[in-house]
Design a protein around this ligand. Sequence first.
Ligand code: F6P
Length: 372
Amino acid sequence: MAKHIGILTAGGDSPGLNAAIRGVGKAAQNHYGMQMIGFLDGFRGLVDNRSRMEGDMLSDILTRGGTILGTSRDKPHRMMFGGKKQDMTNVIVENYNSHHLDALVCIGGGGTQKNALQLMEKGLNIITLPKTIDNDVGMTDTTFGFDTALGIATDAIDRLHSTAHSHHRIIVVEIMGHRAGWLALGSGIAGGADVILLPEIPYDLDTVATAIRSRVRGGKKFSIVAVSEGALPKDQAALVKAAEEAMANATDKNARKMAKKEIARLEKENANHTSTLSRQLEELTGLESRVTILGHLQRGGTPSAADRLLATRLGTACADLIEQEQYGVMVAARGENAVPVPLIEVAGNKKLVPPDHSWVVSARNVGTSFGD
Ligand code: F6P
C-alpha cells in the first residue's frame, strides 16, 4: 500500500526550505508513489490540524525563499494553547494517527531536532532534515540556508568596506548565528574583515582597539569589525558561563529560579552589545564608528545554488529512507553522501566553532584579529 507521509518546517525560516520540501515530495510521490501532506506553521499546524496537499504544491518552488508551509517556533511539549503553555504532544500523536501517516518529516535546526526526538519517543516514525543559517546542527557537515546567508553577509561586508574606507571609519557589522560563530567567521574571512568576534572566542576590548590602532599606524584609517550576535567580552562571557553552570547543576527549584533570573539579567545587559562595542571603540581609537545590523536580511530571498543542491540531495535521500522504513534519524550531509544519523545523537548536539578550527587558523594567518 502507498505510504502516507507528513512534512513540516519549524524554527526560523531559511533559504532552501522549499527546495527541501520539493526534494522530499517529488521523490516520495513521483518516484515511490507515496502521498504527502504538508502541515502549516511548524508543530503548531500539526496540533491545530491545519495542512495543505494540492497536487501542484511542489511546482515552481525550488528557487523561492522562505517556506511555502510557513513556520513557527512552537514546541510540542510547551505550546501556548487556551491562554497557557501546555504539553500538546498527545494531540500531535492523535492527528498523526488520524491522517494515517507512516512517517513525519520535520525540517529544522537544533530546536526542531530536539522536538522531533520527543515525538519519536512517543512512538511516531520521525525523520528530520538539518536547516539553519547558523550551521550549528551537530553530526552533519553543514545545513542548508548557511551558504545563502554566508553569501549575503559577505556581500554586505564587501559593500561596507568602500564606505568605511571613504569616511575613515570603523564599521561594526553584526551577523546572525545565535550562539555559534560560523556565519560571522565564514563571512568575515570571505569579506576580509579586520576583526572577527565570535561567541566561542570571548574578546578583550583593549586587544580589539589595539588591532585597529595598529592598522591606523600602518596607514589604514578604516576597519571592519564582523561581530557575531552571540559574541561577548571575556568578563561577560565568564558570568554567562557561571550562570549556565549554576542552572545545569541546580538541585532545587529555588536554585534553578535564581540561575534563570541571572541568565535573563545577563541577556538583557548584553542585548545591545554591538552598539556598546562600537561606542567603546570610538572612545578607545579616536575614530568614528558606525553599526550595521544585518538581521533577517540574512534569512530572506533566493537560495544559493549550493543550498538548492544540498536541500535536494538531502530531501531525496529522505524519501529513500522512508521507503526503506528507516526512521528515528536525521539525514546528514557527509562529504558527497547523505547519511542517516540517529536523532538521539543529534538532539542537543550543538556544533560550535572549535577555537582551533582551520578557518580560525587561516584567518589569524592573514592577520585577522579575534580580539583574544
Ligand atoms: O536560528 C536562526 C536565527 O536567524 C539566529 O541566527 C537568530 O539568533 C534567530 O534565528 C533569530 O530568531 P527570530 O527570527 O525568531 O528573531
